[in-house]
Design a protein around this ligand. Structure first.
Ligand SMILES: Nc1ncnc2c1ncn2[C@@H]1O[C@H](COP(=O)(O)OP(=O)(O)OP(=O)(O)O)[C@@H](O)[C@H]1O
Ligand SMILES: [Zn+2]
Length: 613
């Protein structure tokens, strides 16, 4: 029996399209491995997979294409090797590289029918979003944290892009909370990791990303004494390697600094004042404690146990740093240690130091296991969430490949007894989105011949009817505005404009202001006679800047959801929505019922059934 008999049966006419499609998966981690397995078994013709990382022990619990023997090998290459065996008819190309590398340019993105994001960071996601918009290729964006998952189909000009909704930046804490008035375990963990560890073994806390300095000016005096405190710690650092080093560090941060803080009476009118710890007393009490207690990472250690682990890990780290220094080449910057949740010495130190500080401030202490999650900003990744999300990505991709964008949905996976998978219609692009709210075109140009003046006069003013009130910028900054004319005679190449870079043209004319125009540069070598600048498409409509709305503006000023605009259907959606709602209630009832019975949950969907155990 041919291996694709059932695929043909279930996918119908879509199958031949799938067989001949070239697709891209960015990221071969938790979602990426699941996705690749699904795509290979679905029979996509050619799959490219990009990942910059190598396999780590901690990946193996959920990234099932990898085994112990693969540790330290390229994720992309091993994923290709393993998944390739599932279906020999599929061609897989692996790239052990950063998706931001210049070889992955707009033309390369254009060569794919669809792109899947399976990434873990904002920066790379934003980059792929931008490239897919520039290349006009559909993107299936996805992400998971713990039990939550999300899938977002993105189509240039028709749906919201990844950047249409602002994204949360990682959490940071005011310096005073961390250094003077902690009230939660996380405050003490950040103190141990970003302040104490960095001051002793790394670079100064001033550069730590999880400290927020915006409120510093409101507390200028306190910030000044904290600086002096940190400077004193630097002096103690000189004693590293000596017998008395642990005692010096301990007395400084758990006795002297705490006494100073306690003396600031105003601070403790509404808070519990901290109680300093005594080194000699704890040393006597902790005499019997074996520092190997640190192997019991799920236990909440006593104050004596924390003390023993603190002193022991401080010695281990000091020895490591001294050794590094001894082996370092002279003349280089002095070596440092960095916190790594998987480096036992650094984790022991941060866990014990944080717990001792919690004791001082009367905050509950935590197990090393808990501290590892919090210090590494880890929400445990769950294999089932990744697998379900990856499957949903493929189902949404089918709709786009069938040309049925109106059926595509934003899908959410949540831990809920009501309904684990919920869907929302796709919204139209936000007119004020800083990324897709721009007009986009390609500029085919010989950058060694064309000058900035050619670009401004021939293309922007003569052809695209811009006035004098424009500015032009590259990634490096502004290269032209009405007050910056000295670059006009320069060749574009001299201004750092080269193949696969982007330039942004801003219309600064208040009367005519149009949205920004982003030009993706494609290089060609041209002879003297040929026009050095060609715009693709040759004509481009650059809309006026719109006032922000929640949907997309229609001709009559209303907003409408994507389904309606794409399908042209009139208010039929209301009826469909009503039906969907009834349907949701029906399914929710069923889910709740089955959950109570502890059995598997089946969610019927138009694409088939999803069974959740
Ligand atoms: N710029 C990039 N180019 C290519 N691959 C990237 C880029 N940024 C991130 N990735 C890859 O995306 C994948 C995301 O997978 P995942 O979220 O499971 O993270 P992980 O690093 O495997 O696991 P964890 O962070 O939980 O230890 C990783 O394999 C990572 O290497
Ligand atoms: Zn957008």
């Amino acid at each position: 029996m041919p291996r694709d008999r059932f695929l043909k049966q279930s996918l119908g006419s879509l199958y031949s399209h799938i067989r001949s499609s070239r697709i891209l998966v960015v990221g071969a981690g938790g979602i990426g491995c699941e996705l690749l397995k699904n795509l290979v078994t679905t029979g996509f013709g050619e799959i490219h997979v990009v990942d910059l990382d190598t396999i780590d022990l901690s990946n193996l619990n959920r990234q099932f294409l990898f085994r112990h023997a693969h540790i330290k090998k390229s994720k992309a290459l091993v994923a290709k090797e393993t998944a390739g065996r599932f279906n020999p008819n599929v061609k897989i190309e692996a790239h052990h590289a950063n998706i931001k590398d210049p070889q992955f340019n707009v033309d390369w993105f254009k060569s794919f029918v669809i792109v899947f994001n399976a990434l873990d960071n904002l920066d790379a996601r934003r980059h792929v979003n931008k490239m897919c918009l520039a290349a006009d290729v559909p993107l299936i964006e996805s992400g998971t944290t713990g039990f939550n998952g999300q899938v977002q189909p993105i189509r240039k000009g028709l749906t919201q892009c990844y950047d249409c909704t602002p994204k949360e930046t990682p959490k940071s804490f005011p310096v005073c909370t961390i250094r003077s008035t902690p009230s939660q375990p996380i405050h003490c963990i950040v103190w141990a990791k970003s302040y104490l560890f960095s001051e002793l073994f790394g670079i100064s806390e001033e550069e730590a990303p999880d400290l927020d300095h915006t409120e510093d000016s409101d507390n200028a005096a306190e910030i000044e004494s904290l600086r002096a405190e940190a400077a004193a710690l630097k002096t103690i650092r000189m004693a590293m390697g000596s017998e008395e080093f642990p005692c010096k560090v301990f007395k400084k941060v758990y006795t002297d600094d705490i006494d100073r803080l306690r003396g600031m009476e105003d601070m403790w009118k509404t808070r519990r004042a901290p109680d300093a710890l005594d080194y000699d007393e704890l040393l006597a009490r902790a005499g019997q404690v074996d520092p190997s207690i640190s192997l019991q990472d799920q236990k909440t250690w006593s104050v004596e146990e924390n003390f023993a682990v603190f002193v022991d890990s401080l010695k281990r780290l000091s020895n490591r740093l001294e050794e590094l220094k001894a082996n370092a080449e002279t003349g280089n910057a002095p070596p440092i240690l960095s916190f790594d949740k998987d480096d036992k010495d650094t984790l022991d130190f941060v866990a014990a130091a944080a717990n001792l500080r919690s004791t001082v401030f009367g905050i509950e202490t935590r197990s090393e296991f808990d501290i590892k999650q919090m210090a590494g900003n880890i929400i445990p990744a769950i294999a089932t969430t990744n697998a379900t999300t990856a499957a949903l990505c493929v189902l949404e991709a089918f709709k786009i490949m069938r040309g049925e964008l109106q059926k595509a949905k934003m899908v959410f996976l949540t831990k809920s007894v009501d309904r684990m998978i919920t869907k929302e219609p796709l919204s139209h692009p936000k007119p004020d989105c800083p990324v897709c709210g721009n007009a986009q075109a390609r500029l085919v140009v010989d950058t060694s011949k064309a000058t900035l003046s050619d670009l401004v006069e021939q293309l922007l003013k003569a052809k695209l009817e811009y006035t004098d009130e424009i500015s032009i910028s590259t990634d490096a900054g502004i290269v032209y505005d009405p007050d910056l004319e000295e670059n006009l005679p320069k060749k574009l190449a001299e201004l750092g404009i080269s193949k696969d870079t982007f330039i942004t043209v801003r219309d600064e004319d208040d009367d005519t202001a149009r949205v920004n125009l982003v030009l993706a540069i494609s290089e060609v070598e041209l002879d003297e006679q040929t026009q050095p600048l060609t715009l693709i498409p040759a004509t481009i409509a650059i809309p006026r800047k719109a006032k922000p709305t929640n949907g997309v503006a229609t001709a009559n000023g209303d907003t409408e959801p994507v389904e309606q605009a794409v399908s042209g259907a009139k208010r039929k959606r209301d009826v469909d929505d009503a039906e969907l709602e009834t349907d949701n209630i029906r399914k929710r009832g069923k889910v709740a019922e089955e959950l109570n019975g502890n059995g598997p949950i089946t969610l019927d969907d138009e694409e088939g059934a999803i069974v959740l155990d």
